[in-house]
Design a protein around this ligand. Sequence first.
Ligand SMILES: Nc1ncnc2c1ncn2[C@@H]1O[C@H](COP(=O)(O)OP(=O)(O)OP(=O)(O)O)[C@@H](O)[C@H]1O
Length: 459
Amino acid sequence: MDKVIENWDKILQTVKADYDVGDVAFNTWLKPLKVYDVRNHVITILVPSEQVVLINLLNKKYKLLLQVTICEITGMEECEVKFISPDEAPKKEVSSYDNASASTAMSDIDRRCEEAHLNPKYIFDTFIVGNNNKFAQAAALAVAESPGDTYNPLFIYGGAGLGKTHLMHSIAHYIIEHDENSKVLYVTSEEFTNELIETIRNGNNSAMSKFREKYRNIDVLLVDDIQFIIGKESTQEEFFHTFNSLHSAKKQIIISSDKPPKDMEILEERFRSRFEWGLIADITLPDYETRMAILHKKEEMEGYNISEEVIKYIATNIKSNIRELEGAFNKVMASSKLEKKEVTLELAEQALKDIISPNEQKVITPDYIISVVAEHYHVTVADLCGNKRSSKIVMPRQIAMYLCRDIIDTSLKTIGKNLGDRDHTTVMHGIEKIENELKVNDNLRNSIDTLKKKINPQG
Ligand SMILES: Nc1ncnc2c1ncn2[C@@H]1O[C@H](COP(=O)(O)OP(=O)(O)OP(=O)(O)O)[C@@H](O)[C@H]1O
């Protein structure tokens, strides 16, 4: 056990060097893996939840390479590598021996990134730089290299699904990796609001002091989608004081929004001027070359080999949003797997017929709503469509049902079909559950509000 744990970093680095694994593939696939247990030559490896759907790929591409390298480095005669998802890790044992082992294997940096709720895939290495975002990327890197120094605050703005969150997480990852003492906190403005609502509801001073300590006693604060605090008075007030306190202590603040401060019509002047103190960087729509590069990177990271014709078809037709571009790519791949057919132009056209409309009007589909909800709650689309019953998955699943009905009036049957072939009565129950909860739960109302604006910013 100890030998595998002790040498885990070395094992991964050796696989990388000996088998020519590129940086992006390494950071995406190998780096997040943790040793969970070693027994009778079986090495159980914990796969992070976002990658669970891709366990097949790990088995196909990396299992053998890991087995050979583990034997080489530890001197074991033979071993069997087994990948498991966090859900399969037996709960009882996690709290004792194996948990200690797993956390030993997890580096301090990984732990801090996980605590900061950062998506391991959102790093500078996986961010494609094009004409649409090169200024924002350069500004982000400059801030990451010397936080609190040059541009404070950094204000990144742009339309939905264009990479603001990816860039913010990249900054946070970079700072955590390069400064072991830095205290970095990433929140969406929705999380900030919900936490404040909860604190106010508790109604005691110590809860409020705790909240303030959490947000004011840090080195870097990243607040995503600040536009959602507009009009929420207590949240604005609290954020204003948080901002002032951090800024005057020369702590770095990074904010994202869908518009520049000057166009945020009902933003109070005191915020507008503060947001303009530092640097404002925009991200615009990606051009054709950038869309192609993003699809190629996705193809490389997920280990596919798709014809150029199909990639061009997707890049030519999906122009407005990178989240949709990725969604279209995923849909084509899922269709090929489901129908057990090769990825051809014909298959892509068929798979995307609901998304690519002839008159180029933006179409909101149930699939798109499901993907936005999945991303928002840090779960995968496969989780929402699958059978897991943990509350972390059930609630977002019911929210997806509710939003499909509420925004595009999808029939119960179609919602069920899109969410893993569920029965219409299950869907009806899910929707009712959310409707009832909305009557009494401020946090949920706030979250649904945010999701609706994300899905249909013009709505
Ligand atoms: N330049 C890029 N290179 C690679 N992937 C990108 C790039 N820009 C965006 N993406 C991907 O597109 C998806 C959507 O990006 P992201 O969530 O960062 O958008 P956003 O601007 O924060 O959207 P929203 O305003 O709706 O929250 C993510 O999966 C992200 O990794």
